[in-house]
Design a protein around this ligand. Structure first.
Ligand code: ADP
Ligand code: MG
Length: 349
């Protein structure tokens, strides 16, 4: 063993590999050998008077919508891009240090980023990871990570179509031979659905509800397709006429009507991506089906709606909320076994 090899083996012994899903709604961290070690909302609470960060993640989430005027809870990635670089970095530093095992001296991280991000944003993520304590940082496009995490045969010459519906963006991508052949990213995803529910309740019931209540209603009774047995839930808010607190009962059908335009936009993005697909890959996709990932994949009946609209079978990933981080976390180990996969890493430092 020469010096270089000795150094490399010592380095790998002292290094922990972390996969990070830096989502607009949730950040997850996967550690080789320990599994998913962190799942927290991508939120930072800031005191706007002093400009200091007060809390990150779950603790900050609890402050959302309940803060005194001087404290704001910010989602630094809200629309799928890094809206606030300093806060993203502070958040990453907190999550990396919270998730890291103290047994290792160095950390090497792979971060999933939306496929639409610019070169500048990509470098900003890498820079943020390094400043947050990572010795080495790589990025991988989220749809690729989701496909690897769902166990799709990404390095084979067969087409896979993955639709990742997160908080801020929906990413549609066709993958073959460890590359993204066609992709589309739209800013219509979970957050827009919540907003549509809140708007509907305001119009139909004269009730003003916050985004967290709207999200809760969407998750509890929301459906993309008429349900056999209707579900209902109570939402609380402020009466627009009297200004007083009031509640009302809304049904799955209410939510379905409220979000139909947003769902149509998601279906349209899938169709447009299919239209740009090379014919051989389309044939693979018709045969193998469309895979849904991200929190939005859990909306009742969304698989059926997309299947009806495209005529292609639709499957939901095993762990829709975890597949991106699983893919990111496993990628370094996977590359050791299958060097062809190396090209899934978009950019390293
Ligand atoms: P991101 O990758 O952008 O962080 P996630 O994949 O974590 O986003 O998904 C978060 C989104 O999924 C949120 O908008 C949330 O409301 C939505 N979501 C989570 N669970 C459900 C559910 N059961 N039904 C519908 N939407 C859901
Ligand atoms: Mg995501």
């Amino acid at each position: 063993m020469n010096f270089k090899e000795l150094f490399a083996s010592l380095f790998s012994y002292a290094t922990e590999d972390l996969g990070i899903d830096l989502g607009t709604a949730n950040t997850l961290v996967y550690a080789e050998g320990r599994g998913i070690v962190l799942r927290e909302p991508s939120v930072v609470a800031v005191d706007s008077e002093t400009g200091t960060d007060l809390a990150v993640g779950e603790e900050a989430q609890r402050m959302l919508g309940r803060t005194p005027a001087s404290i704001t809870a910010i989602r630094p990635l809200r629309d799928g891009v890094i809206a606030d670089y300093d806060l993203t970095q502070a958040m990453l530093r907190y999550f990396i240090s919270k998730a890291s095992s103290k047994r290792f001296a160095f950390r090497r991280v792979v971060v999933g980023i939306p496929s639409g991000v610019t070169e500048v944003e990509r470098l900003a993520v890498i820079e943020a990871c390094r400043k947050a304590g990572a010795g080495q940082a790589f990025v991988i496009e989220e749809p690729m990570a989701a496909a690897i995490g769902s166990g799709l045969p990404v390095s084979e010459p067969t087409g896979s179509l993955i639709v990742d519906i997160g908080g801020g963006t929906t990413e549609v991508a066709i993958i073959s031979l460890a590359g993204i052949v066609a992709a589309r990213s739209i800013r219509v995803a979970g957050d827009e659905l919540d907003e549509a529910v809140a708007n509907y309740v305001r119009r139909a019931f004269n009730l003003y509800i916050g985004e967290r209540s709207a999200e809760k209603a969407k998750i509890e009774v929301g459906a993309a397709y008429p349900l056999e047995t209707e579900l209902t839930t109570e939402v609380r808010g402020r009466d627009l006429v009297t200004g007083l607190p009031r509640s009302c009962v809304i049904s799955s059908e209410d939510v379905r009507v409220a979000i139909q335009d947003q769902l149509a936009a998601i279906v349209e993005a899938v169709k447009l991506t299919l239209e740009t697909s090379p014919p051989e890959l389309s044939a693979d996709i018709i045969h193998r089906g469309i895979f849904l990932a991200g929190g939005g994949a859990l909306l009742r009946g969304l698989d059926r709606l997309i299947s009806d609209e495209t005529g292609i079978p639709v499957l939901i990933a095993n762990d829709p909320l975890g597949c991106v981080v699983l893919g990111a976390g496993r990628v370094l180990a996977a590359i050791r076994e299958n060097p062809q996969l190396r090209k899934v890493l978009v950019k390293s430092n």
